[in-house]
Design a binder for this molecule. Structure first.
Ligand code: ARG
Length: 468
């Protein structure tokens, strides 16, 4: 057995050729990453298989050696599936754990797998594969949430609710229209993830440590085998770039912001004071002391997750800031924030899709609230413009006086006696009452993208087609 092979079987470091003593325990403690980077196990095997296949095809290693390596990697995969693979701290990270185990299984030929490769390009390709697959998964999850929103929106294209600005009643809208706003937001999130996927779709494998490789490797082949469009074009950039992770975290953060906004609306809407929607027992919890309570915990937790996700973006941005080219060990700290953020996003998207499907709007309550707060005041002003040809500013003023008088009388605009209206503007006729209901207000908002039920239905149809 060669020196290296005996070192490996004795559990010493794979890089220990020039070292005489083992590292201090503290050195190992700070260096070890297997606790978290074992999540890259599948990608590490994928990368190694592509690399071994290419080395053999290029004649860098023999096909017999490649076959032994690929056989060993299959055994390792089976051990991982069975939960018997020994993840060991003394081998630091996932890459050296796999290589050490390979040596135990197939002997010194295992050492040929690392020809024309470094852990620097290895980790870069593994992590890219993971982030790319996760972005693709996230797109699917966002689309599932969009479908849940579309389902509710379709049932409620004409369900009246108050629209708000400053969380003050502004103008009536439909519940379907309100939900479709989120369909748009999540649509942009999908497009951001797709965009990021396109940019990260290059393989860093073969950049080796930093300068490229002297072997006759075929980087196009490994890129294609791994599902990338092309190899990365600069070896230094290949091993020191983590933009793909930063972009994924940026897209995740914006998506989490959107989730927190709809979560906040659910929290508000389920209060007895609003009472716009109810959630079933499936998505609420009780209080251990107050028996009457039904708390929207899932919505609150989704609202909070943005903290973790945005925190992860900040964390990785700070890790990367100021790093000289090329690889630095700082970059090992790239994985925990990404894993944490996407675990949180995964759960949040699923929980939100669940809540949206679960909720029932209290349509009477929403309609009543839509009529309150003089929400059709703008419709009165618009009527004065259209029918009496008042300049909008003047119509705004007349309407303001009308609201003031209605407040004094304690009635809504639609209940104002005609003579009271005429005392403010003598040319007002009974025709005005046809625009003062929330239904009329909503139906009149026919401009493209407006809340008129026909327009909302059009958008629902457009998105149904788009989501397939
Ligand atoms: N575990 C390391 C990481 O995640 C792998 C790369 C180590 N490279 C090195 N030159 N020490 O970044």
């Amino acid at each position: 057995m060669s020196d290296d092979a005996s070192k490996q079987t004795k559990g010493q470091s794979l890089w220990g050729g020039r070292f005489e003593r083992k590292p201090a325990e503290l050195m190992q403690a700070i260096n070890v990453s297997i606790g978290f980077d074992q999540r890259l196990a599948a990608q590490d095997l994928q990368g190694s298989r592509a690399h071994a296949g290419m080395l053999s095809k290029q004649g860098v290693i023999t096909s017999a050696d490649a076959a032994a390596i690929l056989g060993g990697l299959d055994t390792i995969e089976a051990e991982m599936k069975a939960g018997t693979f020994p993840f060991r701290d003394e081998y630091e990270d996932i890459h050296m754990n796999v290589e050490a185990r390979l040596a135990e299984l197939i002997g010194p030929v295992a050492g040929r797998l690392h020809t024309a490769r470094s852990r620097n390009d290895q980790v870069a390709v593994d992590f890219r594969l993971w982030v790319k697959a996760t972005c693709e998964h996230t797109v699917g999850q966002i689309e599932a949430l969009q479908r849940a929103l579309l389902g509710q929106a379709e049932s409620h294209v004409a369900t009246i609710m108050p629209g708000f600005t400053h969380l003050q009643p502004a103008q009536p809208v439909t519940f379907g229209h309100h939900l479709m706003a989120y369909v748009e937001m999540f649509g942009r999130d999908c497009s951001r993830f797709r965009d990021a996927i396109e940019r990260m779709n290059e393989s860093p494998l073969g950049a080796a440590a930093l300068a490229g490789s002297p072997y006759n490797i075929d980087r196009r082949l490994t890129a294609a085998t791994l599902g990338f469009c092309s190899p990365t074009a600069n070896s230094l950039d290949s091993v020191s770039d983590r933009d793909f992770a930063l972009e994924a975290l940026s897209a995740a953060s914006i998506c989490a912001v959107h989730l927190s906004r709809i979560a906040e609306e659910i929290v508000i809407w389920t209060t007895p004071q609003f009472g716009f929607i109810s959630l079933t027992d499936a998505f609420t919890t009780g209080s251990s002391i107050m028996p009457q309570k039904r708390n929207p915990d899932a919505a609150e937790l989704v609202r909070a997750k943005v903290g973790r996700i945005l925190g992860a973006l900040t964390q990785l941005t700070v890790v990367m800031k100021g790093l000289p080219l090329a690889y630095s060990k700082d970059m090992q700290e790239d994985k925990p924030p990404v894993f944490e953020a996407f675990d949180a996003l995964d759960l949040s998207l699923a929980a939100m899709a669940g809540m949206i499907a679960d909720l029932t709007p209290n349509t009477e309550r929403m309609a009543a609230a839509a009529g309150a707060g003089y929400s059709t005041a703008t419709d009165l002003a618009d009527w004065l413009v259209r029918t009496l040809d008042l300049p909008f500013r003047q119509a705004h003023h007349v309407t303001g006086q009308t609201v003031k008088r209605a407040e004094q009388l304690g009635v809504g605009l639609a209940e104002m006696p005609l003579h009271e209206l005429q005392a403010i503007e003598p040319r007002i006729t009974t025709e005005v009452f046809s625009v003062l209901t929330p239904e009329a207000s909503v139906a009149s908002r026919m401009s493209y993208g407006g809340t008129a039920p026909v327009r909302v239905r059009e958008q629902v149809e457009r998105w149904k087609e788009r989501l397939g």
